[in-house]
Write a protein that binds this ligand. Structure first.
Ligand code: UDP
Length: 330
């Protein structure tokens, strides 16, 4: 593979792990990130780094200077309730910014594009586990902002010499098992991150957002996927795009099993040997009851085997990174 892989949002949580996976697999990487939510110290020094927004016209220069032949696009906004209260932020940072990035990619003839999509594009699923062909009917602006991007990629790949892989992530959690990266997000809202923050004294308790969902214990059920498995899936997806340049694909990224909020908190208690305080609160805006992936398509199509599906291991890695952050004073 000649040229570099450009990773947008490579200073962020999932992006920084993708950078590690790409470098470990022998790819050359340039990260672009405007550091609004990411951190320059999260970018592996083996990668080049440019501080620029994905919608900036200067991205075309980055593509040229670094001979970018593939783009992995992680940059964006990811908080479901925030998307409900501030939808235009999501249509700007996710939909409009990505439109500009795709335009830069097409103008510079970049042949491969991998997009961070989401299970939130399914809305309230008609059945679980969810397959890729199930109806997409987002129930929040976050999901819609990502669905609109999937539609753009579909149309652009038909009109221009670019193939894409859209990966619909379920709930990403954990941290690099070697301790090289993790989730450092300030003001994080995601359950496992919140829980390990509580375990390290960063917060007093964990809210349980709704106990009246139609699930086994009334709390929301999610398919938590280890961030390093997800990063490996991106490398496998890139290899597939390179091997079959006329074919695009869309895959769920999950393990095909779900855990409730209470089951996750039980795991955190087990791993930490603590009893973290739980505070039952009302449902959060935009939350579906249950999201679990049918992952048979990605397992069949890509050279990818999940290695870290065990919930306690995911929590352990998240906790180790949280302790490291505390040591670093972050
Ligand atoms: N959740 C919770 N307390 C928290 C954060 C999340 O009970 O502090 C619940 C949330 O309602 C959902 C699940 O945990 O059922 C996963 O939410 P998260 O924000 O981690 O990811 P999302 O599924 O919204 O992308």
């Amino acid at each position: 593979f000649d040229g570099k892989v450009m990773v947008t949002g490579g200073a962020g949580y999932i992006g920084s792990h993708a950078v590690l996976a790409l470098l470990d697999a022998g790819f050359d990487v340039v990260v672009i990130d405007n550091l609004v939510t990411g951190f320059d110290w999260a970018v592996d020094p083996r990668a080049s780094f440019v501080n620029i927004a994905v919608e900036d016209a200067g991205v075309r220069n980055v593509i040229r200077e670094h001979e970018v032949r593939a783009i992995m696009h992680f940059a964006g906004s990811v908080v479901v309730p925030e998307s409900v209260s501030n939808p235009l932020k999501y249509y700007r940072n996710n939909t409009a910014a990505t439109r500009s990035l795709i335009e830069s990619a097409v103008a510079e003839g970049v042949p491969h594009f991998i997009f961070s999509s989401t299970a939130a594009t399914y809305g309230n699923p008609t059945k679980v586990p969810i397959t890729e062909s199930d109806p997409q009917a987002p129930i929040n602006p976050y999901g819609m902002s990502k669905l609109m991007t999937e539609a753009m990629l579909h149309d652009v790949s038909a009109a221009h010499p670019l193939n894409y892989g859209a990966l619909r992530y379920f709930n990403v959690a954990g941290a690099d098992p070697e301790g090289r990266s993790g989730q450092s997000t300030v003001g994080a809202t995601h359950l496992i991150k919140i829980a390990v923050e509580a375990a390290t004294g960063k917060r007093a308790a964990v809210g349980v957002f709704g106990t009246d969902f139609p699930t086994r214990d009334g709390t929301g059920v999610r398919d938590y996927i280890h961030v390093s498995d997800l990063a490996d899936a991106h490398v496998a997806a890139l290899k597939q795009l390179i091997a079959a340049p006329a074919e695009s694909f869309t895959f769920n990224c999950g393990y095909g099993r779900g855990f409730s909020v209470l089951e996750v908190l039980d795991a955190v208690d087990r791993v930490t040997n603590m009893t973290i305080e739980r505070r039952v609160e009302g449902r959060r805006a935009g939350d579906p009851a249950e999201l679990v992936a049918d992952n048979s398509a990605i397992l069949a199509a890509l050279d990818w085997q999940p290695k870290r599906a065990e919930l306690d291991g995911i929590v352990r890695d998240a906790l180790a990174w949280e302790r490291k952050l505390a040591e670093m004073g972050k």
